[in-house]
Design a protein. Structure first.
Length: 321
């Protein structure tokens, strides 16, 4: 791979977004002052081919399949024609928008706008417009989130809008997850907090990558155990640690089993009674006195010595004669 080098610097200031048009080998860039088309020459040096200062905005997105670009600037939605690389970029329509938009994404005929606030006083949310007739987009639905919403992306398989939200007073924000099953009636599923101030996001399921301003890049795993259940007052973290942390206490009961193994440790005192048979073995030593009775038979042999007086009666027979 060749080392990356600066080949060309765009002449336009305040460019914030860029999209590559593979079909026409060009870049479409958007910013607060203009939208520009930069053609890549065979030497890979981009040169500004077409531009428009009429098309501009904080939020910018393109739909190459329809040949349109979308710009959100304060209270207006600007839709431009980028279908012909050789024709000056042209504005097709302007639609009043009740809010200060920061980010816009598109899917088919729908565009999803993340706004900081609107004139009616709410503090930010997401809005949906139908651009089937891109000359006159129609309002579909909106949801107040209560945070400064900076960017959004729509996930068609799940009908979910992911919104990067900055906290009030430039405080900590998070990723808002919005249910868009009914685009006319949106509902907030939850907010996963991040430690910084989210400015943008990219969806690459199962992950959402959030640019978190001074806190860098945060990665949210949508396959984590119920990541939307992270409370909004949880310790700042993009990947919910509370769900994985709960198995740790669950592993503690096996740690309590060692005390359960202590009863066998009490058996050593129980083995001391077998130590008492040692005195019991002394009993055979007491049998020695039991063998002394045969030694007492010696006086029994004196009994025949008493028979001598029994022989004296025959000595009295002489006087009878």
């Amino acid at each position: 791979m060749n080392p990356m080098v600066m080949l060309h610097e765009c002449d336009f200031n305040w460019m914030e977004h860029a999209y590559y048009d593979e079909t026409n080998n060009r870049l479409i860039m958007g910013g607060q002052l203009a939208v520009a088309s930069a053609t890549l020459t065979p030497s890979d040096v981009p040169s500004i081919a077409r531009s428009s200062t009429i098309l501009k905005g904080l939020g910018f997105n393109v739909d190459f399949s329809r040949g349109l670009c979308y710009c959100v600037l304060d209270g207006s939605i600007l839709i431009g024609d980028i279908s012909n690389p050789t024709v000056e970029l042209r504005k097709k329509s302007t639609t009043p928008f009740n809010g200060k938009g920061h980010g816009v994404s598109s899917y088919n005929e729908f565009i999803f706008i993340a706004s900081e606030k609107r004139s009616s006083g709410w503090s930010g949310g997401v809005h949906i417009f139908d651009t089937t007739d891109f000359l006159a987009p129609t309002f579909v639905g909106e949801l107040a989130i209560g945070l400064k919403c900076r960017d959004s992306v729509f996930d068609p398989p799940t009908n979910t809008i992911y919104v990067a939200c900055e906290g009030p007073n430039n405080g900590e924000g998070g990723l808002a997850i919005v249910d868009a099953s009914n685009k006319a009636t949106l509902s907030l599923t939850s907010i996963v907090k991040t430690p910084g101030k989210p400015k943008g996001l990219v969806l690459d399921k199962p992950y959402v990558y959030v640019t978190d301003f001074e806190k860098g890049l945060q990665v949210i795993d949508l396959n984590a155990p119920d990541p939307t259940a992270v409370p909004t007052d949880a310790p700042p973290t993009a990947i919910p640690t509370s769900a994985p942390a709960t198995p740790a206490p669950a592993t503690q009961p096996p740690a309590t089993q060692p005390p359960a193994t202590q009863p066998p440790a009490t058996q050593p005192p129980a083995t001391q009674p077998p130590a008492t048979p040692a005195p019991a073995t002394q009993a055979p030593a007491t049998q020695a006195p039991a063998t002394q009775p045969p030694a007492t038979q010696a006086p029994d042999t004196q009994a025949p010595a008493t028979q001598a007086p029994a022989t004296q009666p025959p000595a009295t027979q002489p006087p009878r004669s």
